[in-house]
Design a protein around this ligand. Sequence first.
Ligand SMILES: [Zn+2]
Length: 264
Amino acid sequence: MRNKLLFAQLNAGSLVLYTIPDIQLGVGDSEFSKGLKLYEKGAVKKISDSFSGFRAIVSGTHEYHVGVSTEAYDRGICDCYVGQKDELCKHMIALAIAVVYKYRPKDTEPIKHPVDQAVCSGIVRDATENELDKAKSEINKGMSFLKRFSGPSSKWFQYQSSLVKGSRIILLALSNLPVCEKSVIIIINTLKCLDRKACGGVDDSDGTVGDLLFKIILVLNMFVDFNPNIKTFIKKKLPKGEVFDWESGFYFKDENVKDSGIIN
Ligand SMILES: [Zn+2]
């Protein structure tokens, strides 16, 4: 047992359970870029590790004493104003980023586009089986974060962050899909599933799921931008939502242009 513990202590870095994309998806574009900026300018100093986590000094306006767990980038401490309110601050994010660079250098490849915005791959071709399976598995992973709220009110913020994280995972999976009919079917099934979730007790008071649906419709609009021929297919497949009105969000730019007689 003693040897086992010693081994774990020596390899605290190998116990880091998060990667740079995990942090990005968890905290979003704005907070991630603040943390990354601190890390890149060398503000994270004197990293030391123990069995359960890491400690460091992070310099900002002052020098802060910061700690972060090996298991979760959002579990930590910091003596700055935000950290003292028990909220995730940019110093903890900077330390989490530094820890991944130090102990999991192979997992530092960031997600290349914003995680809080609708993005389209812009690749017009059929999706491979592998791409479709990967997308479905990521969507399922994201969906698992969109649960019914059952906790005490003290868990409300944690619950909302989990909705946001799940939404980012789903949006990322859809953003990576090539523009084709198979991808459209996956996207529409995702819309249907989200609609059921909204009916089935996800507490969307902050509008996170509604916002995700809006962004997914934007992805479909971008599909049409990259391949106008896919418009009819999307229109045929797009059902009426129980909770959300999807059709009003799916506009057909070129039809409008033709109607107004500006072009051709
Ligand atoms: Zn802090």
